[in-house]
Design a binder for this molecule. Structure first.
Ligand code: SF4
Length: 223
């Protein structure tokens, strides 16, 4: 079965997936620092508290005290003070280098935009790819950062020990088989993400409940 077929199976099993985080690049950067350890659930909690108690605009974050930010961010989990300082760093950069409008400044060659995104705290290649794709800047082959192993296992077998090598291999699999469009690549991202969170976990995948078990290279090697 090719990748398109696996995605069909996953969509039949999990249903159509919707984005559950802010996709505008600046808002994503703020959301990403609203929770720690960062997850949809922790970031959503911190985001809800931050937007209710303070707001997210760059000048609003710069005016707020670290103590006030820390209080709001506590809803999202650990190290709220560090995350408060990171938010100020993000807001300051967006204010000073982008005139308060990050999205308007993310133009030009892809390599330059990617490098600009990676200057923000806690943004490496997977985060930059996620912003590029979901922010509709470029339809890159983004892979969920917590589970590049999912597609690797399905198509090839046990993932490689090197995270970066697995990530790049999976990107190439997506580039080879999934149309270079925002719709097709966001759909692939979201289905791989939900499968990694639900059944194809990094340790102890629940293969017995998996809808693609019969075609999975990893499962075939374990059997
Ligand atoms: S069979 Fe197991 S390893 Fe393969 S995709 Fe399903 S959960 Fe993951």
């Amino acid at each position: 079965m090719r990748l398109a077929g696996f995605l069909e199976e996953l969509e039949r099993f999990y249903g159509r997936q919707e984005v559950s985080w802010p996709t505008e690049p600046y808002e994503f950067l703020v959301w990403w620092h609203c929770g720690y350890p960062a997850s949809d659930a922790t970031c959503a909690k911190g985001w809800a508290a931050l937007t209710k108690e303070i707001g997210i605009e760059p000048d609003t974050l710069l005016r707020a005290s670290v103590a006030k930010l820390r209080h709001a961010l506590k809803a999202g989990g650990m190290v709220p003070e560090l995350r408060a300082e990171r938010l100020k760093e993000i807001a300051l950069r967006v204010q000073n280098e982008y005139g308060g409008d990050l999205r308007a400044g993310l133009v030009g060659p892809l390599a330059k935009v990617r490098a600009a995104l990676k200057k923000f705290p806690n943004i490496a290649d997977p985060g930059a790819d996620r912003i590029l794709l979901f922010g509709e800047i470029a339809p890159v082959a983004a892979v969920p950062s917590n589970n590049p192993h999912v597609l690797y296992r399905i198509l090839r077998g046990p993932e490689r020990e090197n995270y970066g090598a697995t990530y790049r291999d999976v990107q190439q699999m997506i580039e080879a088989e999934i149309a270079e469009s925002f719709d097709a690549r966001t759909r692939a991202y979201l289905l791989l993400k939900v499968h990694g969170q639900s059944l194809c976990k990094r340790t102890k995948p629940k293969c017995g409940e998996c809808p693609v078990q019969r075609e999975c290279a990893y499962f075939a090697r374990q059997s």
